[in-house]
Ligand binder design. Structure first.
Ligand SMILES: [Zn+2]
Length: 108
């Protein structure tokens, strides 16, 4: 029973995450604040959401992190987490990646 409740709760959180990201562009930290769950859990949910929204022809759009010091943009990054350091100038002033859910019309 315990386990079943946990799964239901996670599904609810995922539905809410999807609803938020369909309307807003948010960082994982914003989402962790809204949902009152750790940021790491938000990132775990992203991995599941990424797959589950595919059948609705949607995908998670990532607005990449950017180095605040030299302006380097982490375009190639596939992971959802924030990079810790800039590979160019080694600054740790790196902005958070932002996320939204978009209709994936280019891949029907
Ligand atoms: Zn930099």
């Amino acid at each position: 029973m315990e386990k079943k409740g946990q799964v239901a709760r996670e599904n609810t959180i995922r539905q809410y995450l999807i609803a938020l990201l369909e309307e807003h562009v948010l960082s994982s930290r914003d989402l962790s604040t809204y949902l009152k769950i750790p940021e790491k859990e938000v990132l775990d949910h992203f991995e599941h959401i990424k797959i589950s929204i595919r059948k609705n022809h949607q995908s998670i759009k990532i607005i990449p992190s950017r180095c605040e010091k030299c302006g380097f943009v982490f375009k190639k990054r596939e992971r959802f987490s924030k990079p810790s350091k800039c590979p160019v100038c080694h600054s740790s002033f790196v902005s958070e990646p932002l996320f939204s859910i978009v209709d994936d019309k280019s891949h029907p």
